[in-house]
Design a protein around this ligand. Structure first.
Ligand code: C2E
Ligand code: SIN
Ligand code: SIN
Ligand code: FE
Ligand code: FE
Length: 380
């Protein structure tokens, strides 16, 4: 790799920017490689899932996930650490190949792709996922081009690894800040895990109007539990008050949104995470999760579309979780009652589209509710 390419990549802030630049550079060097895409491997679930494509629109069309153990060819590549060259995809599908074709391969052929080069993405001995290079021309992969693509694969693996390490650092730093109040805020542990999954469920199913990349979906899961970071500065007497808050107490409580954003700035600065991709998404969640669609929320009274979508998503998850669990100031509601309440406040308080998605997937909501069931909390 030329040093200038590495330097240029270093100057770009976010992983999608870096990958886009690599894609453009690759097309400059070899115009036949028109597209590449990346699927990541999630060892906890054995799932391989679409992560990035040089054309996000196509990614939306070809997005898929499947267990690695069932993807015979990818599984073989992962075990042998061997790339795979297909010089003509049409040979794999009917009419040439009478065997039932993999639906994904069929889709690629339909979209006009002919040559395909797949390589496992490795960092030391860890399998991060796979990169797929595609061309509309059959038989483009000469030995020369293949060794160049191997260098690109290594670079891509390193970029992804760096990005994930940075995100983990941020989440860990923010969580350790949060743990200061973990003992006293009723909204901890399983609650937070659960509301993060509610938020991810909404984000995932808002597609295709709002397209969240797999990467952004991962970030929502990490970031949603941090929405109330600013409650660290709210005194126990208010946070744990058994009854209704006075106006003055509620005003103090409301400061948690802005306080959270300030704290976050400090965490980001002290850990040198300023250039972290999607840091804005986290800030938006912390700062805007109590804004309301009709402009009566806080801290700014933003209206409708002016509220970042990630904050509108987290608001639905937060309110649903607040309703269905016990708080110092309220009993837990049943799931059906809580869903009725969400519908009632859709449009005025909550984003109606997010609420609709949530209600449409109520089976999954209930599964999440039970999966992250409460552990009895010790009274302090
Ligand atoms: P939280 O307990 O996590 O509640 C989050 C949000 O869920 C609330 O934000 C509110 O929008 C929604 N929510 C909670 N209960 C209900 C309900 O019965 N009906 C409806 N429609 N929505 C509900 P909000 O109001 O801005 O409150 C922010 C935080 O302030 C709450 O977080 C909680 O920690 C605290 N808080 C709010 N009201 C009281 C209260 O009366 N007593 C006490 N001790 N704390 C309160
Ligand atoms: C892709 O290009 O997105 C996947 C290609 C494959 O599964 O072979
Ligand atoms: C993309 O440009 O592919 C989506 C943006 C992101 O993943 O952050
Ligand atoms: Fe909050
Ligand atoms: Fe909350």
């Amino acid at each position: 790799m030329p040093g200038s390419l590495v330097k240029k990549l270093n100057d770009l802030n976010t992983l999608p920017d870096k990958l886009r630049y690599l894609g453009a550079q690759l097309r400059r060097e070899n115009s036949a490689v028109e597209r590449f895409s990346i699927a990541l491997y999630h060892p906890e679930t054995d799932i391989v899932r679409t992560f990035y494509s040089t054309s996000p629109v196509e990614e939306a069309i070809t997005a898929y996930e499947y267990p690695l153990s069932q993807a015979r060819s990818l599984n073989h590549m992962a075990k042998q650490l061997e790339p795979r060259v297909i010089q003509d995809l049409t040979l794999l599908v009917p009419p040439i190949n009478p065997e039932p074709a993999n639906p994904h391969t069929l889709l690629l052929v339909e979209q006009g792709w002919r040559s395909s080069y797949t390589s496992p993405l490795m960092v030391s001995t860890n399998l991060l996922g796979f990169v797929f290079f595609n061309s509309r021309t059959p038989h483009v992969f000469s030995d020369d081009l293949l060794s160049k693509l191997d260098l690109y694969s290594q670079l891509i693996a390193q970029l992804i690894d760096q990005d994930q390490a940075a995100i983990r650092t941020l989440a860990a730093a923010a969580r350790s800040t949060l743990s200061v109040c973990a003992e006293r805020d009723p909204e901890t542990g399983e609650h937070l895990e659960r509301m993060a999954h509610y938020a991810q469920l909404i984000a995932k199913n808002l597609t295709p109007h709002w397209f969240f990349s797999d990467r952004q979906l991962q970030h929502i899961l990490l970031f949603a539990p941090l929405h109330d970071l600013g409650k660290v500065v709210v005194p126990d007497t208010i946070l744990l008050k058994p009854g209704k808050l006075s106006d003055e107490e509620f005003a103090t409580m409301q400061r948690h949104a802005k306080q959270g954003a300030l704290l976050l700035d400090k965490v980001v600065e002290s850990h040198g995470l300023n250039r972290l991709p999607d840091i804005q998404m986290l800030k938006n969640i912390v700062l805007y999760h109590h804004e309301r669609m009709d402009g009566t929320g806080y801290p700014f009274g933003l209206k409708g579309e002016a509220i970042p979508i990630e904050a509108r998503i987290v608001a639905v998850a937060d309110v649903f979780d607040a309703l269905t669990t016990e708080r110092p100031y309220k009993e837990a509601w049943s799931i059906p009652d809580a869903l009725i309440e969400l519908e009632r406040i859709a449009g005025s308080h909550l984003d109606p589209e997010c609420v609709e998605v949530f209600i449409t997937h109520r089976d999954e909501v209930e599964a999440l509710f039970h999966r992250f069931a409460d552990h009895p909390r010790k009274k302090t």
